[in-house]
Ligand binder design. Structure first.
Ligand SMILES: [Cu+2]
Length: 201
């Protein structure tokens, strides 16, 4: 019994030492570790649109994005695609608790996948212009990046499918922006993918 207690005490001391240890050095913030590239926004005149990018965590600890903001939109959210029982295609919804990017990995935000949603555009975003975003991490650090606005006609139908529009009038921005993203953006990607770099290879 005594031995067990001793072990526990030793372990606690070790943990404490480890915790204190990180204090001495200048630890890297999540914003320092994260690199955003290939960022772009789908051109849109009003309402909602999506932003996409490659987010790389070059650090040795997980990076946890808790929020994203942009001056281009009154409300900006991190969205994910989820399968819905009984539905043929996945729906999008706000990520619960943000987005964790494990150390040493790249998280791809792409049409039909996880994405940043500009829910309420302040003004039209037109091809050739740029939109800035700020990622907020759980450690309080922030990172700004700029995304180029691109014409992405292929996605139009997915954001405003005529079928969904009939049943669900404008009011349900909060509840279900979901229906709009389904469909098959994957096929459309090829068309706009002249640069080839968005998909990597
Ligand atoms: Cu979305």
């Amino acid at each position: 019994m005594k031995k067990t207690l001793l072990c526990t005490a030793t372990l606690a001391t070790a943990l404490l030492a480890a915790a204190c240890g990180s204090d001495s050095g200048t630890s890297t913030s999540a914003a320092d570790a994260v690199v955003v590239s290939e960022a772009w926004v789908k051109a849109s005149d009003s309402g909602m649109t999506g932003a996409f990018a490659e987010i790389e965590n070059t650090g040795s600890e997980d990076a946890h994005i808790v929020a994203v903001t942009s001056p281009a939109s009154n409300v900006t959210e991190l969205h994910e695609m989820v399968a819905v029982d009984g539905a043929s295609s996945p729906k999008m919804q706000e990520m619960d608790g943000g987005l964790v990017i494990p150390a040493g990995t790249v998280h791809l935000l792409a049409p039909g996948n996880d994405h940043i949603m500009l829910m309420d555009l302040v003004e039209p975003v037109r091809p050739g212009s740029e939109v800035t975003f700020v990622l907020e991490f759980s450690d309080g650090s922030t990172e700004e990046f700029t995304a180029q606005v691109r014409d992405f006609a292929g996605a139009k139908e997915e954001y405003l499918p005529s079928g969904d529009m009939d049943g669900t009038p404008s009011g349900d921005m909060d509840g279900t922006p979901s229906g709009d993203m389904d469909g098959t953006p994957s096929g459309d990607m090829d068309g706009m993918n002249g640069a080839g770099e968005v998909h990597g290879g």
